[in-house]
Design a protein around this ligand. Structure first.
Ligand code: M6R
Length: 619
């Protein structure tokens, strides 16, 4: 979704803003803009399209964009917009100026009562030049700024916020206060980067990491007043509030492509390392340690049901979690798409543990679901990748995945590391409840520790997937079928394929196809089938036989121990052997590679697929 950057300091502001916007491109956007105060004048430059169009427009306006360029700008803000209200266009791009040209605003989120505010302001004589909800914020702030005649920049924002219903990360410049940026936050992230005689703001860490590792995650319903050498955070009543400085230890290079053609490829290659970093430090002396999460017998025995909520890929990791926890711990688990959960009148109470899974820790549906679960008395555990993100801060307990920054919109290493956490959780609970033998507990820890080297072995032979994709990329529709864990994995494989290659795809339980969908199978339809579960392999052979007899081309993904077994498939991709319970961790990677190469062959925009955003902060 939209991205925000802001800077005050001695560096070339335009260079910081453009670099910051580029590093937020992964969030998905359709236009970009900057505004800045220079020699007492407020300038706005904005363009529909990519940041490079904006760069060109700034350059053509005669501004120096080089990093070493002299800075004559006292404060600047920038934005990448993912259209919600009003089509992508120059006019609808942010920043938005108020009518008298004094106030300038960039905004992430949605002002829900914008129509009402707009007609109110129109009656007061305000004219609007865009279709956006954001322009209302700029005009409303100006209205209060000029109304009393006292021109109180901070006060006018606070007053405007009283009228605004919705969600926002709002950053505001006022030409009369050339050395200040004021931000307000509710339900959309703002990270403050602290420097020496300079300060930064951004909607995500990659925009700051080159300059500072010391960051403050703004809380909801707060206002930030930032100058080059100070930050002050206040609540809605104007009272100063304390804040905590966090140190981010992400490698600055982690947010760079590092020689790979796409972030997605780089991130798949990082899976062994990311999985190891997530799992290995938590396994010590034959036991599993989940920091900050009480796994005492008393705590775990009190949990009568587990409720997993998440969206997209994270939801698919949750489905695997449901299977594992039920199998290993015999606790009933539901796994629900977060956007549905909130409206489902869920049966949960203080004996329920709600596990929310989110890479970004900012997904609004997931956050709302967690809040709903909390309101109903549930304990909450968040499995999150981004340190200090809203979900991480609001959950009772957090288990961080150690994937590092994931830039590609298509989630790959985040999924594998989410699986790492759900396996650790299931095993630890089973041990605590005594539903697993000590021998199995030990064996399963080894299984987890061996995953990184097995993932590397898959990467070593990824050219086989590449070749298969090169011959199949014209497929119009692809079905993924599997049983048990392979079915849940198929759901993720299908999502990955469709989101980046735009090929229609569906995932089905192997036995379900014959209840309707098999009607779609015809000569040449591609069917991909992970078959990794011993007890279900025979049944899966029947299911792929059913489709191959009807002309389907079948790719089977199987473990080494099935290599010599006869399957009715055209192609086999063999993954290393492991205990069948752990197979999804390995099977995911060839499916991601398959999606990647199909999309590359089709010439798709791999890291920024159409219509998608990395962090989805609207409902
Ligand atoms: O940041 P989150 O994990 O909460 O995001 C949830 C989904 O939006 C995300 O997994 C999405 O489905 C990915 N683009 C899939 O690759």
């Amino acid at each position: 979704m939209c991205g925000i950057v802001g800077y005050i300091g001695a560096r070339n502001t335009l260079s910081v803003l453009i670099k910051g916007l580029k590093s937020l491109e992964y969030r998905g956007y359709d236009s970009a803009g900057v505004s800045f105060i220079r020699n007492g004048e407020l300038t706005v430059i904005k363009k529909k399209g990519k940041v490079k169009e904006l760069y060109k427009a700034i350059d053509e306006s005669g501004y120096n964009l080089s990093e070493s360029g002299k800075n004559s700008i006292s404060a600047g803000i920038g934005h990448t917009r993912w259209a919600t209200h009003g089509a992508p266009s120059d006019e609808n791009s942010h920043p938005h100026l108020s009518m008298n040209g004094k106030i300038c605003v960039v905004h992430n989120g949605i002002i829900e009562n914008y129509a009402e505010l707009r007609s109110y302001l129109k009656k007061k004589g305000y004219e609007f030049s865009s279709d956006t909800d954001t322009e209302v914020a700029a005009q409303l702030i100006e209205y209060y700024y000029t109304k009393g005649g006292d021109q109180d920049f901070e006060g006018s924002i606070r007053r405007a916020l009283q009228d605004i219903v919705g969600s926002y990360a709002l950053c505001v410049l006022c030409v009369d206060f050339p050395d200040k940026i004021i931000c307000a936050k509710k339900d959309n992230p703002i990270v403050i980067g602290l420097g020496e005689n300079e300060n930064f703001i951004a909607s995500d860490i990659p925009a700051l990491i080159e300059y500072t590792r010391d960051v403050v995650f703004m809380e909801d319903n707060c206002i930030l007043i930032m100058t080059k050498d100070s930050i002050v955070i206040k609540d809605v009543h104007g009272e100063v509030v304390d804040y905590e400085v966090s140190h981010v230890d992400w490698d600055a290079d982690a947010a760079q492509k590092g020689g790979y053609a796409h972030f997605m490829m780089k991130e798949m290659f990082e899976e062994p390392k990311a999985f190891e970093a997530t799992v290995a430090p938590r396994i010590k002396d034959g036991d599993i340690y989940l920091e900050h999460f009480p796994c005492t017998r008393e705590f775990v025995s009190d949990i009568r049901s587990i409720n997993i909520v998440a969206c997209g890929t994270a939801y698919h990791a949750g489905c695997i979690g449901k299977y594992l926890i039920e199998k290993l711990c015999r606790i009933p688990v539901t796994c629900t798409v977060a956007s549905e959960f909130i409206y489902s009148d869920p049966i949960i109470d203080e004996h329920t543990l709600t596990v929310v899974i989110s890479q970004s820790g900012e997904t609004l549906d997931t956050r709302n679901a967690m809040r709903e679960a909390k309101n109903r008395g549930s304990k909450t555990l968040a499995i999150v990748n981004v340190i200090g993100s809203t979900i991480a801060r609001e959950a009772d307990h957090v288990l961080y995945t150690a994937a590092g920054p994931e830039i590609s919109v298509a989630s790959t290493k985040a999924y594998t590391t989410q699986l790492g956490c759900v396996y650790l959780l299931a095993l630890k609970f089973a041990k605590t409840l005594g539903t697993i033998t000590p021998e199995k507990y030990t064996d399963y820890q080894y299984e987890l520790l061996e995953m990184p080297s097995k993932l590397k072995r898959i990467l070593d032979v990824q050219d086989r997937i590449q070749r298969f994709a090169s011959s199949e990329f014209n497929a119009e529709s692809i079905f993924f079928i599997g049983r048990g864990l392979d079915y849940y994995l198929s759901m993720e494989a299908s999502l990955k394929l469709k989101e980046i290659s735009y090929i229609h795809s569906e995932a089905y339980a192997g036995g379900e196809l014959k209840h309707g969908t098999i009607a779609l199978i015809e000569d040449g339809t591609l069917v991909v089938s992970p078959i990794t579960q011993d007890e279900l392999a025979g049944k899966m052979e029947s299911n792929i036989k059913e489709v191959s007899t009807r002309g389907a081309t079948v790719l089977a993904i199987i473990p080494e121990r099935f290599a010599e077994r006869e399957f009715s498939c055209n192609e086999k991709f063999i993954i290393p052997d492991c205990d069948e319970l752990f197979a999804p961790i390995l099977t995911a990677l060839p499916c991601q590679l398959f999606a990647y190469y199909m999309a590359v062959n089709k010439g798709c925009d791999i890291d920024k697929p159409r219509n998608l955003a990395k962090s989805v902060t609207v409902e």
